[in-house]
Write a protein that binds this ligand. Structure first.
Ligand SMILES: [Fe+2]
Ligand SMILES: [Fe+2]
Length: 240
């Protein structure tokens, strides 16, 4: 088994119950991603409005995608909504999930962090996102977005997709979601995000340092998140 936290986590997923635990916690990271991206739009609009079109483009692609007809498409859905469809596909307890998702649609990131029903693993991850947003410097928010999300996902999602295929789990919408991000983030969003960070840093060595710091922090928060999900899957397997 490979040694990094995500590879360990992926190998721990053996059935739909494990996948459900993973998605129940990971959905918060899918949700807070849009808050990070909207925060990026605000700070770039304020400090470097000439780059705002680039962020607007990224937001449009995250907010309006189309599932294939066979999976309930082609209605226009955000990636978060598509992830929710993928959860419903494997979730037995849709009632509890529906109220949680309604809450997510209404809440700000701060409100979500104050909600005592949010699982600890997800809260810790979202706290890092909130800290980046509070910092407010455009290159810091862009650094978190680029190194903690767009550049990271294709490799991780490919690993998860391979595992799900190997296990032949009944989750076609999740498989589609993963495939979509492997190609869209790998071929388009990742390169655009890098361009954006480089433009925001410009020739400022201090800004470059700030991006290095946020890159480390964000990757650490991500590794911690995977470790906490691993622990939760392990606990769920233990007899009461
Ligand atoms: Fe996405
Ligand atoms: Fe993306």
């Amino acid at each position: 088994m490979a040694g990094d936290p995500f590879s360990r986590l992926v190998q721990q997923i053996n059935d739909v119950d494990d996948l459900r635990v993973f998605m129940d916690l990971h959905v918060y990271a899918v949700w807070d991603f849009m808050h990070l991206l909207k925060g990026l739009q605000r700070t770039v609009g304020k400090h470097q409005p000439e780059l705002k079109t680039l962020v607007d483009e990224l937001i449009t692609e995250e907010e309006s995608d189309h599932l294939p007809v066979g999976l309930g498409g082609p209605a226009e859905l955000s990636h978060f909504e598509i992830y929710v469809c993928a959860m419903r596909e494997i979730e037995a307890d849709t009632g509890a999930m529906t109220s949680r998702i309604d809450n997510m649609r209404r809440c700000s990131l701060k409100e979500m962090l104050a909600d005592p029903t949010v699982p600890e693993a997800s809260r810790a991850f979202m706290t890092n996102t909130q800290n980046c947003l509070e910092d407010g410097q455009p290159e810091v928010v862009a650094g978190a977005y680029t190194y903690g999300r767009e550049l990271l996902m294709p490799k991780l999602f490919a690993e998860l997709r391979n595992r799900l295929i190997q296990l032949q789990l009944p989750c076609p919408t999740l498989n589609w979601y993963l495939e979509r991000h492997i190609s869209l983030d790998g071929e388009t969003h990742g390169p655009l995000a890098i361009q954006l960070v480089e433009k925001l840093i410009g020739n400022d060595p201090e800004a470059k340092k700030r991006v290095e710091v946020i890159k480390k922090k964000t990757l650490f928060a991500r590794a911690e998140f995977w470790n906490r999900i691993s622990e939760t899957i392990k606990k769920a397997k233990q007899p009461n």
